[in-house]
Design a protein around this ligand. Structure first.
Ligand code: FAD
Length: 458
């Protein structure tokens, strides 16, 4: 049998009666290994039927299981995260994975390659190709450079600069990122990544510095010219109202051709989420531009003023689901369906209940002949692969249906790129997030183990 990169993910059609093929592909190096184990009639045994995870390379499957075990073991997690944090915050050359080859050899294949796109153009290209071969519609790529966080009081004391080098580095990072994505892909942008003086302007509710405005205009124009898109990340509440205002200015300018070149992030854990959305809808309708919304639950619960956030997780869930439903069905009391503004919705998250509900609603509307706004779904690279695969499988199913119901979910993977050192803080955050979702992680590990057993014919 001739194994090519293309047919690696379609094990089902590659089986010969009486034999199981174990296909092992190194994600980064694209090396393939095929071994044969004659068994009795695996095709008829449901245990051996390819599952929704059949698209995931074996290397990735094993890494998911190993990391899942670490994240769900309190002992391993505690020491693992302590080591990662030490490395992320150290200034010593010995603990710098970009300079210490041994440290790099440990971190890169086990954890970096699992969560990050790559350190250079070639590695990133391989990761993006792999994801698109799996069936993902596209990617969201983010440059990982982070500016060390500063207490807000210190931010207020910073003197202005005539030329801010941090903004130049940030702009160059965004341009390089745009260089690596394709039409339809997104570049994720974090305003505080542009340095402490930009963070100061955000915290003080000022207009963006001219240098930042120029950098953003250049980025938007370039993204528009190559058919890519931008989303602006949501951050802590001390910055968020200004991030929203700056993002609205960009949407007003660039989202005028019936599509959202720029999307804003709405955090459903905020008690104010629905009223913020209603104001945005009103502005989009009055000024006639497309509102791009990336809906998340919110990542800063540990460091935010708690009273701004819903009191319970189930209230956050309810807020997320009801906002998604209201946008998909165009149901807001202030607007009739006819004068509802043009909206593009991106549901970012790993909560399978929210994802299934939104997609079912969307499909139901299509079947009734309605025209709901398009929804895209996004998960982080290395996380919730089982949920991403479930969505991709729904796409396969939709492809076999009629025109009217044939809207396959548009599924994206979101990931950071940068040197191992530049991505260390991102990796620590991913570890923390995985641990706080330990229950979900356990079920992911168990489905991954089942798939691995299937591949080795057990
Ligand atoms: C592609 C992508 C992009 C993202 N971009 C951003 C971004 O720009 N800004 C940002 O802030 N986050 C972002 N996130 C992270 C996101 O906000 C969530 O932290 C993360 O996805 C986990 O939530 P969940 O929806 O996947 O599901 P779940 O795991 O079901 O929900 C966990 C979330 O519920 C909320 N929650 C937990 N406990 C409570 C409680 N006691 N009371 C109230 N609420 C609670 C918190 O928001 C927590 O993160 C992004 C996530 C993804 C997948």
């Amino acid at each position: 049998m001739n194994i090519t990169k293309h047919n690696l993910h379609f094990h089902k059609t590659s089986f010969l009666p009486g034999q199981t093929y174990i296909i092992c592909q190194s994600l980064r190096h694209q090396s393939s290994l095929v071994s044969r184990h004659p068994t009795t009639s695996p095709v008829e045994d449901p245990k051996h039927q390819p599952s929704q995870l059949h698209r995931i390379s074996t290397v990735n499957l094993i890494r998911n299981i190993v990391l899942g075990r670490v994240f769900t073991s309190p002992f391993l997690f505690k020491y693992g995260v302590a080591c990662l944090s030490k490395i992320a915050n150290s200034h010593s050359a010995l603990l710098d994975p970009d300079r210490n080859a041994l440290l790099r050899a440990l971190i890169k294949p086990i954890i970096y390659d699992h969560f990050c796109a790559g350190t250079n153009k070639q590695e990133i290209k391989r990761t993006l190709e792999y994801l698109k071969t799996m069936g993902f519609k596209g990617v969201i790529l983010i440059y990982s450079r982070e500016i060390p966080a500063m207490p807000v009081e210190e931010l207020h004391e910073l003197e202005p600069l005539t030329k801010d080098e941090d903004i130049d580095i940030w702009r160059d990072g965004n341009v390089k990122t745009l260089d690596m994505v394709e039409p339809g892909d997104y570049v994720g942008i974090k305003f505080t990544g542009a340095g402490p003086r930009v963070a100061q302007a955000l915290a003080q509710g000022r207009d963006p510095p001219q240098q930042l405005l120029d950098a953003m205009s250049a980025t938007c124009e370039r993204a528009a010219a190559q058919g890519s898109r931008l989303w602006i990340d949501a951050e802590q509440q001390v910055f968020q109202p200004t991030i929203d205002r700056w993002t609205v200015d960009m949407m007003r300018r660039y989202n005028t051709k019936g599509e959202a070149l720029v999307s804003l992030t709405l955090q459903a854990y905020l008690k104010s989420a629905r009223s913020t959305l209603e104001k945005l809808l009103q502005q989009a309708r009055d000024e006639n531009w497309t509102l791009g919304i990336k809906l998340v639950r919110g990542a800063y619960i540990g460091s935010e003023t708690r009273t701004l956030i819903h009191d319970t997780k189930s209230q956050t869930d309810e807020c997320y689901n009801s906002i998604a439903a209201s946008l998909v069905t165009k149901s807001f009391s202030r607007f009739s369906k006819q004068d509802f503004p043009n909206v593009e919705l991106f549901l970012a998250g790993h909560n399978s209940d929210s994802i299934r509900k939104a997609y079912a609603l969307y499909q139901g509307l299509l079947q009734r002949g309605d025209t709901p706004p398009p929804i895209k779904f996004g998960q982080l690279l290395g996380m919730a692969d089982d949920i991403s695969c479930e969505l991709l499988a729904m796409g396969d199913k939709a492809a076999g249906q009629t025109e009217k119901t044939a809207a396959a979910p548009m599924v994206y993977k979101c990931m950071n790129w940068g040197s191992v050192r530049e991505c260390m803080h991102y990796l620590v955050r991913r570890a923390m997030e995985n641990q706080s979702a330990a229950l979900r992680m356990q079920s992911t590990v168990s489905v991954m183990q089942k798939e691995l057993r299937r591949r080795i014919g057990l």
